[in-house]
Design a protein around this ligand. Structure first.
Ligand code: SF4
Ligand code: SF4
Length: 399
């Protein structure tokens, strides 16, 4: 089953509680990014374009625990960068499971097989392996030969040890309907994964390849063709039926970015996991002070083609609770794959893009240099060979 029963029940109870408390905005999945460094450099990645001083920064175990407790979301997804590079990752995962959070550890699987013994199978813990297609397609997407084989080997090993194992697949405009169906059958029949997360790639402004992000209308047509397959029912998507229906163009949702708040080395990221338009120190500031209406499809140029699950799954889940019969009906029948689509949001009045990346980078670099300088000034016995004080936060945070 894509989502374990215990998770469905706990998350359902959590959402009901939010509704009873009258909260209209609440987090569902915390996106915890403890580092940006990665051991791959995928063409469609918008997360790793930072100077090495920033790539060397890590959230500590305590900072991760604090973020999880501050946020309160029942699910914690740990993307990156590559989380398995972080030396404290096994401890972070253990601490979150101890707090009964459902942890999804997202990895490109290059290090996964080697690191499996650092983790224990649990209904609260799922490996989420980045896999964008069959061998040729995936190795091309991650710009390195042999990665698909490592993913497959790691997934098989993890499954044999009793771990829950999902794949997360990003769709670009190069994807072919036949290729994706073959891939979905392969991970279902051969790898027997526990769930499949699927999402159109977001057009990251810092990604090296800007040409292959998929447009909204193409996304909907593409998913309609794929979901038409006779095999659709056996594919175990880790999504609500209404998010799949949205992908197929049958729901006209606005995103709920506060449903997947993001904490990384810069702070709490505004407004969402995909866009870094500013950072605040606390989760409450993020929820209360963000001008949410400035973002989303129709409001902001950068959001025009976004249909990513981290923006819209929470919208779909909210709709499941508002319209349970509709959700059950679509879950039983599958998304509609023919006929008129839901009305598209008008993007003609979207505000122009702002660009913040360089400012965030230069502010962080100034802070790091100031910290380093202050440590050097306070050092009782300056050592000619020591570039970094081994007791400094900077060194502690480095891998
Ligand atoms: S997409 Fe993931 S695996 Fe690829 S470079 Fe970015 S963080 Fe690394
Ligand atoms: S549409 Fe929403 S989720 Fe997508 S990038 Fe914009 S704010 Fe984020």
């Amino acid at each position: 089953m894509g989502i374990p029963v215990i998770q469905q029940l706990r998350v359902g109870a959590y959402i009901l509680k939010q509704k009873i408390l009258g909260r209209s905005k609440y987090p569902l999945v915390l996106m915890l990014e403890p580092l940006f460094r990665c051991n791959l450099a995928c063409a469609g990645c918008g997360k790793i374009d930072y100077p090495k001083e920033i790539l060397n920064q890590r959230l500590s175990t305590q900072e991760c625990i604090d973020a999880v407790e501050e946020c309160g979301a029942p699910i914690v997804s740990i993307p990156g960068g590559e989380p398995l590079i972080h030396k404290e990752m096994p401890e972070i995962v253990r601490e979150l499971i101890k707090r009964k959070k459902f942890v999804y550890l997202c990895t490109n699987a290059v290090l996964m097989e080697k690191k499996l013994s650092d983790y224990k199978p649990s209904p609260y813990f799922t490996w989420s392996v980045h896999l964008d297609g069959m061998k040729d397609e995936h190795d091309k997407a991650v710009c390195q030969d042999g990665v698909f084989d490592r993913c497959v080997s790691a997934i098989k090993k993890a499954k044999s040890l009793g771990f829950r194992c999902n794949v997360n697949c990003t769709i670009f405009d190069t994807a072919e309907e036949g290729g994706l169906k073959k891939f979905l059958n392969y991970v279902t029949d051969e790898l027997k994964v526990d769930g499949i997360t699927i999402s159109p790639g977001f057009a990251y402004e810092r990604a090296p390849d800007q040409e292959h992000f998929i447009k909204r209308s193409n996304t909907k047509n593409f998913f309609r063709k794929v979901f038409k397959s006779k095999d659709f029912k056996k594919w175990d998507f880790s999504h609500s039926s209404l998010y799949l229906d949205f992908l197929a163009g049958n729901q006209s949702y606005k995103c709920t970015p506060w449903g997947n708040p993001t904490r990384n080395i810069f702070g709490w990221q505004k407004p969402c996991y995909l866009l870094g338009e500013g950072y605040v120190k606390t989760f409450n500031e993020l929820m209360n002070d963000t001008e949410w209406d400035k973002y989303g499809t129709g409001n902001y140029d950068k959001c025009s083609d976004c249909m990513a699950h981290c923006g819209y799954e929470a919208s779909a889940v909210t709709d499941v609770f508002s319209s349970p019969l509709k959700a059950v009906s679509i879950a039983l029948k599958g998304p509609k794959t023919e006929g008129a689509m839901a009305k598209e949001i008008d993007i003609s009045k979207s505000r122009d893009p702002d660009f913040f990346h360089d400012t965030h980078v230069s502010e962080m670099m100034k802070k790091l240099h100031a910290e380093k300088q202050s440590e050097a000034n306070n050092s009782p016995i300056p050592s000619a060979g020591a570039a970094i004080n081994p007791k400094s936060d900077l060194a502690k945070q480095s891998k």
